[in-house]
Unconditional design. Structure first.
Length: 200
């Protein structure tokens, strides 16, 4: 998975590669079919949700890889917990949100078994963020929206980064935004397909 899907497509950051080579992805997907877990595609995790394709997890993680160990990350849409595991492995203080209680519960169990528990995982609507834990050095979303929720921008520290899929059902772009004063500088990365950010 790493050499063919990730390094071959240009992601070589050591923190990302080491996290993804050490974390057993199949435990977060369907442990009964380990081969599928490492395939080059998104997979069903129940409740109409999907775990992102490994390359997209690597790309999104690599956009945060210049942040120092201990940086505070708000993750929206923990789902299976796999992206959470990668961020915790990279040394970040991860505060995660997940709307579906059953997914949150399962993710927390696997993360704990793997010794990769996040600093917190809230069951709630990620569009609100976690004001009492702000500011965050980065906000990363695994669910798409037409525009960035205002609360995310408000809860981002100066020079902080937001990585999120933006757009509608059929056309979305993975974007990276950096907060500079009252401005949000935007870099457009690539076309992606994500599940929607639901209303809680
Ligand atoms: N990063 C996840 C991907 C999960 S898919 C993984 O590695 O498996 C996106 C997730 O966002 C789903 O679990 C979905 O339940 C969650 N979600 C959707 N809308 C949400 C919202 N408003 N607040 C929090 N989580 C939300």
């Amino acid at each position: 998975m790493l050499s063919k899907q990730i390094e071959a497509r240009g992601i070589t950051n050591e923190r990302v590669i080491s996290a993804m080579s050490e974390i057993p992805r199949h435990l977060f997907v369907n442990p009964d079919d380990p081969a599928q877990a490492y395939a080059d595609k998104a997979l069903d995790i129940g409740f109409n949700q999907t775990i992102s394709q490994p390359y997209i997890v690597a790309l999104m993680s690599s956009l945060l890889a210049d942040l120092p160990v201990g940086s505070r990350i708000l993750e929206i849409g923990a789902g299976s917990g796999y992206q959470t595991a990668v961020l915790v492995h990279m040394g970040f203080e991860v505060h995660s949100m997940e709307l579906i209680p059953q997914l949150r519960q399962k993710a927390l169990e696997i993360l704990s078994e793997q010794g990769l528990s996040p600093a917190s995982m809230v069951n709630g609507d990620g569009r609100r963020g976690i004001p009492e834990k702000a500011p965050f050095d980065a906000i990363i979303s695994a669910a798409r929206s037409r525009r960035l929720p205002r609360s995310w921008v408000n809860q981002l520290s100066e020079a902080g980064i937001i990585v999120a899929p933006l757009g509608g059902r059929f056309r979305q772009r993975l974007i990276e935004c950096r907060k500079e004063g009252s401005k949000l500088l935007r870099i457009d990365h690539c076309e992606v397909r994500f599940v929607p950010l639901l209303r809680g």
